[in-house]
Design a protein around this ligand. Structure first.
Ligand SMILES: CC(C)(COP(=O)(O)OP(=O)(O)OC[C@H]1O[C@@H](n2cnc3c(N)ncnc32)[C@H](O)[C@@H]1OP(=O)(O)O)[C@@H](O)C(=O)NCCC(=O)NCCS
Length: 191
């Protein structure tokens, strides 16, 4: 049994924690997630409006994962956002895609940059990942800054990658490759 995830972080005006989602977070999840400004650049897996049924579906999804890939961002004792990865399979098993969101009331305090900086080494270690990918809408200046601030490299522009609410969105693709982990993956195949 692995220990529950608990990643403390500090941002310029306070401290926070990346930790597992709990059913008791339901009310704060709904409070912060049910916001079109939060959902705008996210996948349709994060709907708007964000209803009780969507919160239930999220908790059920986490329950279905043997080793959950999504965590709450807690600030002042409240779950105010989420962060996680989707691990790849087969030829993508060495990699994962990073995603995150934060309640609008907490934006621009350095919270997500600080959380990403803790989550990156953690997921790399936990699953031996050699590559992390992240996509940010080309219009999502905040997210682009987060990724640059967390050491991701801008790898290119993926045109019209997402379509949501009648809008096509170009995405900036970011990546982070861990050379040591990549060598480990390659060594496994040489055997
Ligand atoms: C994008 C988002 C995650 C940023 O989180 P955050 O905690 O507010 O980001 P930070 O405070 O760590 O900001 C990082 C940098 O971006 C800048 N920034 C943040 N939001 C910005 C905005 N809307 N416009 C311009 N700059 C912005 C910050 O000033 C900071 O700049 P610095 O690196 O020069 O210090 C948050 O706005 C959010 O959850 N948005 C909705 C969901 C979403 O878009 N998720 C990402 C999908 S790819």
């Amino acid at each position: 049994m692995t220990a529950p995830v608990s990643l403390p972080f500090v941002f310029p005006s306070g401290a926070g924690l990346v930790r597992p989602w709990r059913r008791e977070d339901r009310a704060s999840l709904l409070r912060h997630a049910d916001n079109p400004n939060v959902a705008r650049y996210l996948s349709l897996r994060f709907p708007n409006p964000y209803t009780s049924a969507d919160a239930d579906a999220w908790f059920a999804f986490l329950d279905s994962q043997e080793d959950p890939e999504g965590w709450a961002i807690e600030v002042q004792g409240e779950a105010v956002g989420g962060i996680g990865v989707r691990r790849g399979a087969a030829e993508f098993a060495h990699s994962a895609e990073l995603g995150y969101w934060l309640g609008e009331a907490y934006w621009r305090r350095g919270i997500v940059t600080a959380a990403v900086r803790e989550v990156v080494p953690f997921v790399t270690e936990r699953w031996g990942l050699a590559r992390l990918t992240a996509y940010a809408s080309a219009r999502n200046v905040g997210s682009i800054h987060v990724l640059e601030g967390a050491g991701f490299v801008r790898e290119g522009l993926v045109r019209a990658r997402a379509f949501r609410d009648g809008h096509a969105y170009d995405h900036v693709m970011f990546g982070r490759v861990d050379p040591q982990r990549l060598r480990e993956w390659m060594a496994r195949y040489r055997r």
